[in-house]
Design a protein around this ligand. Structure first.
Ligand code: ATP
Ligand code: MG
Length: 431
């Protein structure tokens, strides 16, 4: 026998028992984004490699170590599986002239690829929800996105477990001045730096602040802070953002060391972090990237956005005990030649009424069919045997939460099931 193949390490299947929570989360997020006027946009999973090198920055973890890059067989062009969504969205906005007349609020969702060491909350294929406001100078829209996420946490019942850090990393010239001060600081402590930090010291010293190496944290802590060197415009932007967050009642902490892992950010950066997932605590992060359009060959355009890791959100929801219904409303069991046509008709009429019905397929005894009904996760078994077929009725047996079996005329079954379901189920499919 041939050996069975396994999925690539760090790339996971989302199985039918797990998918309902994913769907519930994604539906909730989509509804919240749309309530703020964000519209869906979908971009390819593969882009030309230079898009990420230019967009994310050459001396970042993502570009240096984490990208899945390959050559196109025919053209020889270097292509990369997307490690993040912003660069692709900005590429699309430039290519299709999307914000020629007016700004655009957009969101997208899908898999991202980074060659990292797989562990809980960190995978090689992971999924993000990504939100971008293109053509907005802020800080109103920076605040809007943060307030929108605060609403999402509330709707998911997670508001207590996630806290917000914000920072301003200024504009290019302010970072330039800060950079000299940083290089000086790290050169004074050269012997404490690791290999990565030494290599980045002159190429991109700001990146050292993003290091996760515990041995570096003291020297990072003592480094000069960009936030102390902001010019008046960046300062005013950051002050206004904080005022808007206060006004909206969003609690936050200013973390002067927050820099984020991608080079395109300026001014506002933010992260939402939880303590409930160990080391992989950042569930969403983003900020302003006013220079990215220009870097990618477009007209200079201010913009702000964030990415959210769906796997980490699912882990958080599971830790909070969230569940979502995973089975159909009803499983229709039928045996006998006269029962089958009635069962098909009843199943279709239930679906006309919006119910989710699994119609038993493949024959078998009542007993084995009832086992299937139970295993399906359905709320009710609907049973049609010879007796029911003769009298034109359906037996209804609750499979969850007890209750008596009842007998209902076939033409009443759709209305009857709807009544039963509205009595026991709330809007978003939670049980
Ligand atoms: P981290 O510091 O944890 O590596 P990051 O700063 O690299 O995160 P971003 O590029 O900001 O992450 O991506 C936004 C979000 O995507 C993160 O906050 C996280 O929730 C999620 N994410 C990033 N990398 C992974 C991964 N390898 N596996 C699962 N989720 C991830
Ligand atoms: Mg990372």
């Amino acid at each position: 026998m041939a050996t069975a193949l396994q999925a690539v390490r760090g790339m996971n299947d989302v199985l039918p028992d797990e998918a309902p929570l994913w769907q519930r989360f994604e539906d909730t997020a989509r509804r919240v984004f749309e309530r703020y006027g964000y519209r869906n946009l979908r971009v390819p999973i593969v882009e030309p490699t230079p898009l990420y090198v230019r967009g994310i920055g050459e001396h970042t973890d993502v570009v240096e170590k984490e990208m899945y890059t390959f050559e196109d067989r025919l053209s020889g062009e270097s292509l990369t599986l997307r490690p993040e969504a912003t660069a692709g969205i900005v590429r699309a906005a430039i290519q299709h002239n999307l914000i020629y007349e007016r700004p655009l609020r957009a969101w997208t969702a899908g898999p991202m690829f980074r060659h990292e060491r797989p562990q809980k909350g960190r995978y090689r294929q992971f999924h993000q929800l990504d939100v971008e406001a293109l053509g907005f100078a802020g800080p109103d829209v920076d605040a809007e996105q943060i307030v929108m996420l605060a609403r999402l946490w509330r709707e998911l019942g997670l508001a207590d477990g996630i806290r917000l850090s914000i920072n301003s990393i200024g504009d290019a010239d302010e970072r330039q001045a800060h950079r000299s001060a940083l290089v000086e600081h790290f050169e004074r402590h050269h012997d404490l730096l690791d290999e990565d930090a030494k290599r980045r010291l002159h190429a991109n010293p700001l990146r050292i602040l993003d290091s996760k190496n515990p041995a570096l944290q003291d020297v990072i802590h003592a480094a000069p802070k960009l936030i102390d060197r902001l010019g008046p415009d960046s300062r005013a932007h950051f002050d206004a953002l904080q005022a808007l967050l206060h006004e909206a009642g969003v609690v936050f902490e200013v973390d002067p060391r927050l820099v984020r892992g991608l080079d395109y950010y300026n001014r506002t950066v933010f992260e939402w972090v939880t303590d409930r997932l160990g080391a992989q605590g950042t569930v969403a992060g983003g900020g302003r990237y006013d220079g990215l359009f220009g870097q990618l060959g477009g007209k200079p355009t201010p913009a702000c956005g964030f990415g959210m890791g769906i796997e980490r959100m699912i882990l958080l929801l599971e830790a909070a005990g969230a569940q979502a219904q995973s089975g159909p409303d009803a499983y229709l069991v039928h045996a006998g030649e006269r029962a089958a046509p009635l069962a098909r008709k009843v199943a279709e009429s239930l679906r006309d009424g919006g119910a989710a019905v699994a119609l038993h397929a493949g024959g078998g005894s009542f007993k084995s069919q009832m086992k299937r009904a139970d295993a399906s996760g359905a709320r009710y078994a609907l049973i049609i045997g010879d007796n029911e077929a003769a009298s034109g009725t359906v037996a209804v047996k609750p499979l969850r939460g007890g209750g008596e079996q009842t007998e209902v005329p076939a033409e009443r079954i759709a209305a009857h099931l709807r009544e039963l379901l509205t009595m026991t189920k709330d809007d978003d499919g939670l049980v």
